[in-house]
Design a protein around this ligand. Sequence first.
Ligand code: KG4
Ligand code: ZN
Length: 349
Amino acid sequence: MIRTVLGIETSCDDTGVAVIDGENRVLANVLSSQTRMHSDYGGVVPELASRSHSRNIVHVFRRALDEADVDLADVDLIAATRGPGLVGCLLVGLMVAKGLAWATDIPLVGVNHLKAHVWASVLDRSPRLCTPALCLIVSGGHTELMLVEGEDSVEGELIGGTRDDAAGEAFDKVARLLHLGYPGGPVIDRLARTYRGELIDFPRPMLSDASFDFSFSGLKTAVAVYLEQRRRGHDCTGLGEAETARVAASFQEAVVDVLAEKTRRAMRETGVGTLIAAGGVAANAQLRERLAQVAGDAGARLIVPPPEYCTDNAAMVAAAGHRRFARRGADGYGLDVDPSLSLRPAEDG
Ligand code: KG4
Ligand code: ZN
């Protein structure tokens, strides 16, 4: 029986190690974020990220065991993200996981990071995944609508995805245009909360399209064009605090409109009783509010993890790993990273 799972997450710019129990209760969820380092560059620098993971991971691992008050000998399963993500970053986490597993004989499983975001919905809440459900997965690299019909597994039909930029990517790029640093989502979220005035009418891409696909690069360009025109008209470079907040709030409103309305239609068409929101952008306050309305109007329940479980963390990797192990057993030491893993593979759980 699995009573204690160690999770390791290093797919991008957060070094995470977590310990959960067999019922998905989080005993420790330690994260060392590199955002300050990457902020100077306006985005993640892969080589700096992987070096930083290898510098920090042992320290983060020790802290997680300390906080959970468990010894490595008490751990029954080790789960590490194997993709998607930056290859050098993934390798650090998976190699540490393999080393630990080999030295202790604890079974090892590789985890699909995108599916782990969906598994965040069970943390501190439920031993099992609530399916069938419509899942809106919105992160830095992905915007997907998935009808999850697997029994306690993230398996099902991908009904929509982004044709260009992901939602989180759009937040990060617009924040860059506004000189707000990286990552852009949390700053835009905060600024938008303070803004009360009139909004700029940015386009809602693909809203009138019948598919469940998304596209955000045109919206980002519309913001860039607006800023350029305004700079020319005012003959100055600085935007001012109020105008920056106005652009941030207007951009966010457009993104949330598209995400919420497409999700509303998908709820209607699929007729499922549960909506799960996952990924870093699901930490957004306005999106959470709108999705609550969408679910309420559909008579469905919304499961959206607390913000700290929406953004990258290792507890979700541990939860995903536990269920994958229960269904398919351990992986061998030949397990490799896959930087371009998608939501599709059924065997990833
Ligand atoms: O899931 P995540 O932590 O990492 C990936 O797997 O990509 O998502 C990161 C993305 C970034 O683009 C970040 O700007 C965005 O999520 N994000 C947010 C918020 N918090 C993080 N976007 C909007 N509002 C937020 N509060
Ligand atoms: Zn992620």
